[in-house]
Design a protein around this ligand. Structure first.
Ligand code: KG4
Ligand code: ZN
Length: 334
């Protein structure tokens, strides 16, 4: 079969990404972040849309140049259809449609949450099939049974907040600003796990993080009444304790799913999988329960277009193309 060159676009939240694949080989992966949101304490959708609009052409241009290919060699263009913020998704979708029309090439839609899982197909060694993947991002927390490339089945998810949200909201309570996950991670590395936060009792493979958020909020409020300097004096230990609880909730559910389904190939994905304590505890669980564990390289954990490109490659092989009437979907399901 002839080589395929696929250009992929990611624009679901606050990072503008473009990647180029030659078959399943990643040739370039460019991401432009957006600093405009930090002063607002969270992503402002309108500002994100404008920043995507500014970044998309230079990011695509750089991805094509870094890949050392000619634009005319591209056989297909892929984009994130959802889930995500509507304005940002519209920018990526519209760019991809225009590129497909102008170059007369097929258009491939990609589900962002499936792409986080598919990031494992860029890596070597890849998890052996079937495997379980725990995907934890800013808006979703899912346990997915992966039976093949694109064969992903949702078996558990959060009933309220996502794990990334638990990180971001905790960081806000501690006055650490946005994005909170990486900040809690940095502080937590220097601290000890000594504050006992509760683990919710949720049936099956579903998650709940809103009770933990409330428990952290009341704990900090009560301690601040006794000592106004409580946060400053205990910041590293607070971060270590909070992140340890969030990731142990995730891993205990994975443990249950692994035991019930008899699957010991265990992967993590999504922005939260960049967390150092999560990766460390995954190794510990792996040793204890005889799992083979897989964490993507950091650039494939947080939002990136490489994961969109690898997903698109498998869709290209199946000729799963979409037509130019496609529209984005903010709540696209896995
Ligand atoms: O997958 P992602 O980049 O974007 C979404 O699809 O939402 O995930 C973003 C989430 C944010 O909540 C961010 O705080 C969290 O991932 N995150 C982390 C770390 N890096 C990113 N959480 C904990 N530790 C980290 N090192
Ligand atoms: Zn994501």
């Amino acid at each position: 079969m002839k080589d395929s060159y696929i250009l992929a676009i990611e624009s679901s939240c606050d990072d503008t990404g473009a990647s180029v694949f030659k078959n399943e080989i990643l040739l370039s992966n460019i991401v432009a972040g957006q600093d405009v949101h930090s002063e607002w304490g969270g992503v402002v959708p309108e500002l994100a849309s404008r920043a995507h609009h500014q970044h998309i052409i230079p990011v695509v241009d750089k991805a094509i140049k870094t890949a050392r290919i000619d634009k005319d060699q591209i056989n297909a263009i892929a984009f994130t259809r959802g889930p995500g913020l509507m304005g940002p998704l519209l920018v990526g979708t519209q760019f991809a449609k225009a590129f497909a029309l102008a170059n007369d090439i097929p258009l491939i839609e990609v589900n962002h949450m499936q792409a986080h899982v598919m990031a494992h197909f860029i890596e070597d060694p890849k998890p052996k099939l079937p495997f379980l993947c725990l995907t934890a991002s800013g808006g979703h927390t899912q346990i997915v049974l992966v039976e093949g490339p694109l064969k992903t089945k949702l078996i558990g998810q959060t009933r309220d907040d996502a794990a990334g949200e638990a990180f971001d909201k905790s960081a806000k309570l501690l006055g650490l600003g946005y994005p909170g996950g990486p900040k809690i991670d940095q502080w937590g590395k220097k601290g000890n796990i000594r504050f006992p936060f509760p683990e919710p009792n949720v049936a099956g493979y579903d998650f709940s993080f809103s009770g933990l958020k409330t428990a952290i909020m009341y704990f900090i409020r009560d301690e601040l009444e006794k000592d106004p300097g409580f946060i400053q004096n205990n910041l590293a230990d607070l971060c270590a304790s909070i992140q340890n609880r969030i990731v142990s909730i995730l891993l205990n559910k994975l443990k249950r799913a692994s035991k019930d389904l008899g699957i010991k190939e265990i992967a993590i994905a999504g922005g939260v999988s960049a967390n150092s304590r999560f990766r460390e505890l995954l190794e510990e669980y792996g040793k204890k329960y005889e799992w083979n564990t897989y964490s993507p390289r950091f650039q494939f954990c947080t939002d990136n277009a490489a994961m969109i490109g690898i997903t698109a490659y498998y869709k290209y092989l199946n000729k799963e193309f979409t037509d130019l009437s496609i529209t984005p979907s903010a709540r696209l399901k896995l």
